[in-house]
Ligand binder design. Sequence first.
Ligand code: IPM
Ligand code: MG
Length: 356
Amino acid sequence: MKIAILPGDGIGPEIIDQAVSVLKALGEPFEMEFAPVGGAGYEASGHPLPEATLKLAQQADAILFGSVGDWKYDTLERTLRPEQAILGLRKNLNLFANLRPAILYPELAGASTLKPEVVSGLDILIIRELTGDIYFGQPRGMRICPDGPFKGQREGFDTMRYAEGEIRRIAHVAFQAAQKRDKRLTSVDKANVLETFQFWKDIVTDVHGDYPDVVLDHMYVDNAAMQLVRAPKKFDVLVTGNMFGDILSDAAAMLTGSIGMLPSASLDANNKGLYEPSHGSAPDIAGKGIANPLATILSAAMMLRYSLGKAEQADRIENAVKKVLAQGLRTPDIYETGTTKVGTVEMGAAVVRALA
Ligand code: IPM
Ligand code: MG
């Protein structure tokens, strides 16, 4: 089995190194091939998603992705910015289903900014549609405003759109995920204002007919944002569009105290996937050896489970992570008095030891 390893920028290479060590320690005959992406891709060949990198990603059975982005690329034209690498991979590989679990490990209950009773034991799953919506909708761009009080001025515009089949396939993924959990699904929309999301709501309701064992409810996105910080444990699985999912998943991540703990999977229709930590490239701490590698290590576990058919090895990694947390090891982002502060490499090495 071939894994494409795309470390990217900022802390990406450091955290990927630790995930690769953990994968190697499993003793499976994985072939791992590295390629540059994001700012690193731009430096290497003038494009954030070099052709060879895309080709490798297409050929591989799964992709382990670090993170992309750095302030120094902010002045490049949009098509050359590091973020285009991840958007391009999602679109080219049809990775439409983004799974973003938010789990609060009991040892880290104090790391959340919310009261422990609100978040302890939190275990929710956000399913974000990843290849449609206003992120990719055409037309988009700049034009002269054709009407209204600002007629004749320059305006920027994007298009929010969802096709029926696009909503159906993500709804199926969400209902099936709910069936494997507490069988409760919340579909998040803005049906009170947007045509796109009234349609979303109607189609999700229709797909529900195939999954009578799942309890479905609908929630407006503003209310969902409020409920996520008020009573997050009331949720089991949430499903929503690309834009709302981007925002809600960051909020959900922070409930757990550290975005440095959260893995994610982006899957196509055949469970081929790209796996990446939910956090970004954190250029402010890059190269300092203090980044938390656990989100990437847990992403590797998700990869084993969803794309490589190695659920037992995934369990091994997840248990090893629980063990190092129980041992009191903490990178600075999750450090509390009374625990032991460690760096990126020490944390990775501790997980490798805990695998045994
Ligand atoms: C994410 C990120 C990306 C997104 C950016 C880097 C394009 O915020 O994966 O949530 O908006 O999808
Ligand atoms: Mg985001």
